[in-house]
Design a protein. Sequence first.
Lengths: 271, 332
Amino acid sequence: MRSDRSTSAPLGLKIAAIGGLAFLHIPILLIFLYAFTTEEKSYQFPPPGLTLQWFTVTWNRPDVWAALILSVKVATIATAIALVLGTLCAAAVSQTRFFGRETISLLVILPIALPGIITGIALRSAFSMADIPFSFWTIVLGHATFCIVVVYNNAVARFRRVSGSLIEASMDLGADGFQTFRHIILPNIGTALLAGGMLAFALSFDEVIVTTFTGGQQSTLPIWMLEELIRPRQRPVTNVVAMVVMLVTFLPILAAYYLTRDGDQIAGAGK
Amino acid sequence: MTAAVLFENVSRHFGAVKAVDAVDLEIAAGEFFAMLGPSGSGKTTCLRLMAGFEQPTHGHIEIFGETAEGVPPYRRSVNTVFQDYALFPHLSILDNVAYGLMVKGIGKEDRRKAAEDALAMVKLPGYGQRRPGQLSGGQRQRVALARALVNKPKVLLLDEPLGALDLKLREQMQEELKSLQKSLGITFVFVTHDQGEALSMADRIAVFNDGKIQQLGTPEDIYKRPQTRFVADFVGSSNVLSSATCAKLGVAAKAASLRPEAIAIGTSWAEQLSLPGTVTARSFLGATNRISIDCSGEKIIVASPAAMPVPDIGAAVQLAFSRNDLHLMEEA
């Protein structure tokens, strides 16, 4: 029967779906493949031979380590800033009513809607005008602008589901503001913050555009990769780093997805 | 004796809205006190002023002789049972009940024991390991009650405590709340819009409207001797007779209230007052018949016992009632 749900899709649709997925993922697999090639100057297909030597070479390159450590530091601090500011902002917008609340909500989300290049140029001219030298901290600030959005979006959705009377009930039972935050608010928004934090970390970790405009001499891992592609020597090192970056960013995003998926059952279940 | 709760000229304004307007109130220790009124009448704001979630715009509040304004909710010896119960969804029932003791720093073993005792008191022993989501509405309400009472508050505030329960459960909880209050001796203050609930449970009732107390008294006072048209109308449905009708009866008053069940149709004798009228509608309500009668332009409702004969629509009848059941009111 045509209306039967178990009827398989038409052949054309199947081919289109497979083709689409292949188009998305085969290039990524090629990146993985060339991490093992013996040819270091150009990407010829098929690779003349396979080797694990580039992992050793990568391990021993100090510039890779410098870039990696810088990226991890930037992502960690930007995420930490975003967690604090994003949560506070979400709490203010969802728990209280004040003049301009909707506007503030929009302004907070705006940086993620803006093209990165505009954020980058804007930050760069702002830093120059304020005579702030480009450094590690300007990169962190640049990244924090969009990390806050991710944390805010996750937190505000969860805050809306934590009914205001839970906070009043906690106060009524003798808990001061800090105890209420620790015992009631944090457990209810914890997974949302973890998910938001992981997404923020992943975003910061592979950010190129804003970093280009706000960074000084130092390069984060994605910037280092961009520079490395131009050089024809030891190209597979870049592929090895790309693999690592993918794993480092993919796992947190996957975890964030699973953490927020069942979120509906966490808060507000007592209503 | 110190009042449990004392309001002196208390107002709470939200911008131009006078949610509570110059209220004076004194609730005695150990009393079961009801604040009755329609929604938006200021009764819930009064409760929140006692709990500390709201601060008065003007006036002075005392709880057992201690000044309450400026004192945050967590430093008041008052606990609240919330309308939506507000149980913490991420904690077990036992941890919910023990929460107040936990934040006060009482040891784990002591608070577990106290929480279990409190659960037994509300007839939910052994429910400690469940989660709020696994309980029915009535059970959650008992947990909310145990969670408040375990802190041994001087005053227990209940915000529409029975509003979300079905009729059968509500009647059962009314009795349980009443006996719990008597055995604990704690002052209970509860807010309701259900006049039957207020009349059956409370020692005294304050009827609220427009941020003001319309009348304060025992259930019998409020029911039988309403002082204003609003109280007469809101608490049950008293007939309010105009001054013209009062004059016909030989009574000088601006207005008077008369309860539907205090009127008999037909027979009248010397010491009774009587009014002629025409039957305009009738409906069967089970225990009573509700009969509408037109007495020269004034509509009067009579609640006649089901056993009495029911006059036909359009029939001319005599209404008879005792002078004692007619209560004169100050305002028209």
